[in-house]
Ligand binder design. Sequence first.
Ligand code: GLY
Ligand code: MN
Ligand code: MN
Length: 492
Amino acid sequence: MADQLTPETPDEADEKPIQQRKNSLYPGVSDELAENMKSGWADTELRDLEPIAQAGHTADRRAALSRRFPGERLVIPAGNLKTRSNDTEYSFRASTEYAYLTGDQTEDGVLVLEPKSSAGEAGHEATLYLLPRSNRENGEFWLSGTGELWVGRRHSLAEAEQLLGLPAKDVRELAAALAEATGPVRNVRGHDASIEAALTDKVTAERDEELRVYLSEARLVKDAFEIAELQKACDSTARGFEDVVKVLDKAEATSERYIEGTFFLRARVEGNDIGYGSICAAGPHATTLHWVRNNGEVRSGDLLLLDAGVETNELYTADITRTLPINGTFSPLQRKIYDAVYEAQEAGIAAVKPGAPYRDFHDAAQRVLAEKLVEWGLLGDLDVDKVLELGLQRRWTLHGTGHMLGMDVHDCAAARTETYVGGDLEPGMCLTVEPGLYFQADDLTVPEEYRGIGVRIEDDILVTEDGNENLSAALPRRADEVEAWMAQVKQA
Ligand code: GLY
Ligand code: MN
Ligand code: MN
């Protein structure tokens, strides 16, 4: 085949044997039933559809990608369903790279940017490869695992073209066409095994990694659509935290699971999902950084560390933590530790501004925490500079003070050091500032009353032209404001 992706005609595709559903309840189908199922269906084609809200933005993102890799074929898959058990699958979440470049979230979809064919012509032709509507003539509609009778109506290719603003073709022909295509090609790995198999002799890990790195770095600065989505995610998350405060007595009667389920309801009603496993950590569980088992007791007098985020329908997530006194009032020691973390967070947020080195906000927060630990006598006679030099505060501060936020909770993770942790902040970047102090229940180096207390406060901070904006400011942070807010929410 020539250096072109030329799918078979739709008629040829229709001749292929359909793949029967796993564990089909219909081992035998009479000719009469097969004939009956072919017809009597209304034309439901949607016409004159408006493009999705971010169509202009996705076109800009593809144009930037095209400029970075001139003359090369670029393949960006959405990914496939993953089996959970037998014939049930995990809920599908499109790859971040695919959703970022198309605005689409359909399983098995693949975006291909093909260099324009005329010699010397710059740029690429972008094509979206998707599964079309189910064929009713050959039984695919109701007998195939991907049949719309089972999985729901899909957009036709013509509908997808109108919505997404780029041409769409049948994805069932793509792997074979890619296997035959010539010329330089790069693929985003880890999402679609059939595409990877088709490209196995044509790509290298190093060149594919350059594409992944580019797509991570492209997302460091958010466009206007993305910033609005992040604000939406934070606002939904704030409502989810309120929901939790309202039901703390029910959680006390059951477990941390009540909190997890309550927040999840908000995430699913207002958004696509939670952006990561909710950490609903009561009492000493707050000292376990990724406590997602959420099966522990919720006790009056303890703290609840709730770290959760709603992911919007366009796949942007918030990442917010509040540490709340379960009975509504901090004890004096809880408050002392909470106030130290609050002060560290204030110092961290103040360091978020355009032109500042990315590492500044971490250093500012760590210094405050180290000062408090020295003041409380937990580090012997050492002064703060020596503690920071040796990193001794880290026994209790445990993690970095934040990370980029966007479609992934730990966004832009493939970006190079020089553009991310070793780079400078720019307007449009969005990051978390989330210092914490954690005294493990079995830590014999701290007074007994500290043991089992964990506090983190986490907000989502947008770098602006002249400083920053806290996108999660709807949730109070200062200890007295947290107590007042809890009292008011419980009364409402
Ligand atoms: N929720 C994960 C984090 O805060 O990074
Ligand atoms: Mn975080
Ligand atoms: Mn978090």
